[in-house]
Design a protein around this ligand. Structure first.
Ligand code: GAR
Length: 202
């Protein structure tokens, strides 16, 4: 299945996807970054994957920037849009057009800790368990239905950095597996709020 991966930073999730592309039946036709300095672009180049940069600051609106991404997607018959540390909010037009085809990984056990600084916020809230979620993207920020989650324990010695690295390890294992479910046609977004896995709402 043809896919694009959208990134903004280090791209360790992108790397875990690249390392598994053949096992998960994914053909990454392009890695698109919102940030020209993202290390993830180097990872893509090393893997021989075409790259593009769409820096929203250089466009007059969110939609104009998103239209650049839409063009890449439409020209290449992309069937899945994989957000992997993509730190921009997508326009409603973008989300409407590809509803059910956009996956995101978020570093918390959604619906807890939507938004930024999730690890510090989990520590501050004295949570014992934290983790990562893969979900379909809908117009509600970090609010689309969850497909799968992985958890980690928060130890008393954890800080935001150590917790982020524990959660990232889980992300690297989880995300390729869920992308594979998608490329196999096992998961579907039903309406705005439900996920179907193997024909059953989960
Ligand atoms: C990951 O922890 C991902 O879950 C998070 O950014 C990090 C990217 O790391 N995404 C978000 O916060 C999206 N709102 P990576 O660039 O090394 O994959």
């Amino acid at each position: 299945m043809n896919g694009v991966v959208l990134i903004s930073g280090g791209g360790s999730n992108l790397q875990s996807i690249i390392d598994n592309v053949s096992a998960i039946d994914l053909n990454i036709i392009c890695v698109i970054s919102s940030n020209a300095d993202a290390y993830g672009l180097k990872r893509a180049e090393k893997a021989g994957i075409p790259i593009a940069v769409v820096d929203h600051q250089l466009f007059d609106s969110r939609l104009t920037a998103d239209k650049k991404i839409m063009k890449v997607i439409d020209d290449a018959k992309v069937e899945v849009i994989i957000l992997a540390g993509y730190m921009r909010i997508l326009s409603p037009e973008f989300i409407d057009k590809y509803l059910g085809k956009i996956l995101n990984i978020h570093p918390s056990l959604l619906p807890k800790f939507k938004g930024l600084n999730t690890h510090q916020r989990a520590i501050d809230a004295a949570e014992k368990i934290h983790g990562a979620s893969v979900h379909f993207v809908t117009e509600e920020l970090d609010g689309g239905p969850v497909i799968a989650q992985r958890s980690v324990e928060i130890d008393s010695i954890d800080n935001a950095k150590s917790l982020a690295s524990k959660v990232l390890k889980k992300e690297h294992d989880l995300y390729p597996k869920i992308i594979h479910w998608y490329t196999q046609g096992r998961i579907k977004l039903i309406g705005n709020n439900n996920v179907q896995l193997d024909g059953q709402i989960i």
